[in-house]
Design a protein around this ligand. Structure first.
Ligand code: BYC
Length: 348
């Protein structure tokens, strides 16, 4: 049984649970037999690894967790357009420019699928974007670092998208239907993103000048540790993991995904001819995994909490785009009102 409703991380009281709920007055309010039955049906479906759909009853804590995770994921996609967008006008060839344009556009599309999935939980897109613009919502730490050279674009594809795929493949089996279905398409596109990044780096490493090879290595050095941190805090310090796993939202823990990513990336780095910047990185025969060094969690939390190198720039860019796009939203709404009126008149 998943009587998880009492463990909402921020202490907010769920609206319904399988037991009793404490009202703010301090009195214990018994919940109805109907609510108990609904919770039991929900738990049974989760136990059976079934899907929860928008019209189904769900505990408020489950809904809230999904809105948090899906909206943060959506924000990450649209903020994630910025570091690479920085290089569209400076891509080294028409081919690279076309590929990068398509990739950045895909990220925008991912944001839209994900906002739509979150909207099915009863939160509006305006509410979610307001949370982003006012700094109340998180987005992935990784997008608060600058893209200093063209090699950063390749490394983002290889490592950042590689980490994203590792994290997102299990989300295709998430218990919430709209999120799981959105992730199927997102993962297909992420796979193309990862390959284009790897291929761009491979060309530089096999056909490039020494200066280009050095540029790739420098970019790998800058991004490697940030990519490991992207999977989130260690399991022991991850307040949301246990509950997310019990609900079938998360399927593999932060540390296990990080380990899978390291194991998958080491042979790719070898083929590429780059060194991963970790003297402690080595194969551990008894664990059948690679050991790796310590991640700087202080730096991670500083970045998550708004003090990374590009946090302010990223947020200001999003707020400016939202403000400058107001006329487009107004025009689209006016057009849709006109269309509705026209159809109404034609039907009359
Ligand atoms: N950055 O208890 P935990 C992409 C927060 S898009 C910032 O482990 P949870 C791409 C976490 O939110 C990549 N914050 O949480 C796009 C929580 O804070 P709150 C985005 C992080 O939810 C464009 C607190 O730390 N992917 O790849 O169980 C171009 C404690 O963590 C981070 C997704 O969003 C972080 N890295 O697990 C290219 C995937 N890590 O919310 C590429 C969906 C943790 O309690 N999300 N935090 O205030 C997830 O899988 C999970 O939400 C996470 C965190 C693994 C990220």
């Amino acid at each position: 049984m998943y009587t998880q409703s009492f463990s909402v991380p921020d202490g907010e009281q769920p609206q319904a649970s399988a037991a009793t709920s404490a009202a703010s007055s301090g009195k214990v309010k018994p919940i109805s037999a109907q609510e108990v039955a609904l919770q039991a049906a929900f738990d049974a479906r989760i136990d059976a690894d079934g899907r929860i759909e928008p019209q189904d009853w769900m505990p408020e804590a489950y809904r809230k967790t999904l809105v948090r995770q899906i909206s943060q994921h959506a924000h990450s996609e649209i903020v994630g357009m910025l570091p690479e967008g920085n290089w569209i006008s400076r891509a080294p060839s028409l081919k690279r420019k076309a590929i990068l344009l398509a990739k950045v556009q895909d990220e925008g599309g991912h944001g839209l699928y994900l906002y739509s999935a979150a909207e099915t939980l009863g939160t509006s897109r305006d509410q979610m974007l307001d949370a982003l613009h006012t700094g109340r919502a998180k987005y992935s730490s990784i997008f608060n670092y600058p893209t200093l050279t063209w090699a950063d674009v390749g490394v983002i594809g290889w490592l950042v998208d590689g980490a994203a795929i590792m994290n997102q493949i299990p989300l295709c089996r998430c218990s919430y239907g709209p999120y799981a279905r959105a992730m199927v398409r997102v993962c297909k596109e992420e796979s193309f993103h990862q390959r284009q990044g790897y291929e761009a780096l491979l060309v530089m490493m096999t056909q490039g000048t020494q200066a280009q090879k050095d540029m790739v290595q420098a970019a790998v050095n800058r991004w490697w540790w940030k990519c490991l941190a992207m999977f989130g805090p260690p399991d022991a310090d991850s307040p949301n993991s246990a509950q997310g796993m019990r609900w079938g939202i998360k399927r593999i823990s932060n540390d296990d995904l990080r380990q899978k990513f390291v194991d998958a990336t080491v042979p790719q780095a070898k083929v590429l001819g780059v060194t991963l910047p970790d003297p402690d990185l080595k194969w551990n025969e008894s664990r059948q995994h690679h050991d790796y060094g310590s991640i700087d969690w202080d730096e991670f939390w500083a970045t998550v909490n708004g003090n990374g190198p590009c946090n302010k720039e990223r947020l200001n860019t999003r707020v400016k785009a939202w403000q400058e796009g107001a006329w487009v939203r107004d025009a689209a709404l006016a057009h849709s009102r006109k269309q509705a009126l026209k159809h109404h008149k034609e039907a009359a």
